[in-house]
Design a protein around this ligand. Structure first.
Ligand code: AFP
Length: 281
């Protein structure tokens, strides 16, 4: 695992340079989910793949930007699914973006995730590692990632990040979101799940939601690259990650690019979601 972390650190330094100096234009390609890839997405993907290809401990990798799994070393132990530059369209307007890595054993299944790492590229570059027991944050300072703090969610927070197209929300979902606001929750939504989820983690708690909607019944966020890694982080931090009713990490993945509705939060908010969705699902 140490080698993987070091490879991610090296990749992050290069991706930071790509963000600062790279071309934010669209490429001519679309990824598997139908998003037009930016040149930044492709450049970041190449950096990570080249780093991971050098590690014997990795059996397979799969990128959100690629159609297929890439074999690295037949006798390797780890399977890594990654989103090289989530929220890349936000670079244009100088908002924060991030890389997300889910590290699995045996296969790419939610129940087999053993660690997750994300890196936020904002005013600062921060890396957060969840290893099944703790969630630790490191910050890039003078070329080194230095330990800053452990992250633990409170039982209840004050922020909510409600994603997706509001016109397509189901009425019970809209009522639930409205009720959180009536209870005093503050809106925090940038359109980048890495900084939005990072904010909730660091400010003690709240709720990030990307539900099933009438236009996207299975949500938008991809299980292997986005949902499972953050689910693992939130659970390690003492919170929850659910599809409305059940843990997202129990979902069976049928295709590497499957998506899932998801809610990440501290316990009090997730219990409200479960109650609403159990009565309406
Ligand atoms: P991109 O990587 O295509 O910019 O999408 C970002 C993202 O996957 C995730 O980071 C956001 O939380 C979510 O999409 C925002 O989607 P909506 O604009 O539909 O709320």
């Amino acid at each position: 695992m140490k080698d993987i972390i070091e490879a991610i650190k090296r990749s992050s330094l290069k991706i930071r340079d790509i963000i600062e100096d790279g071309d934010t234009a669209k490429s001519d390609n679309q990824n598997s989910t139908g998003d037009t890839q930016l040149k930044l997405d492709i450049a970041s993907d190449v950096v990570i793949e080249n780093e991971f290809k050098q590690l014997d401990c990795i059996k397979q990798i799969v990128s959100e930007e690629q159609e297929h799994i890439v074999n690295i070393n037949e006798s390797g132990k780890y399977y890594i699914a990654y989103d090289p530059l989530d929220g890349s369209s936000l670079v244009d307007v100088n908002l924060s973006v991030g890389s997300i890595y889910g590290i699995y054993e045996n296969d790419f299944t939610g129940s087999n995730i053993v660690a997750s790492i994300y890196v936020v590229f904002g005013p600062r570059v921060e890396m957060v590692i969840a290893d099944g027991e703790t969630v630790k944050m490191y910050r890039l300072q003078k070329g080194e990632f230095n330990y800053i703090q452990d992250i633990k969610l409170n039982q209840k927070g004050k922020l909510q990040s409600p994603g997706s197209t509001q016109a397509c929300w189901y009425p019970y979902h809209k009522d639930m979101i409205d009720n959180f606001f009536k209870d005093g929750y503050r809106l925090r939504y940038s359109g980048g799940m890495v900084p939005d989820l990072h904010q909730i983690l660091l400010k003690g708690g709240g709720l990030f939601s990307y539900p099933s909607t009438s236009d996207l019944p299975k949500g938008k966020l991809r299980q292997l690259f986005e949902v499972f890694p953050f689910a693992f982080t939130y659970e390690c931090a003492g919170g929850q990650a659910i599809d409305g009713i059940s843990r997202v990490l129990e979902i069976e993945t049928t295709h590497i690019h499957d998506t899932s509705p998801c809610f990440f939060g501290s316990n009090a908010e997730c219990e409200v979601v479960k109650e609403v969705y159990s009565n309406n699902g």
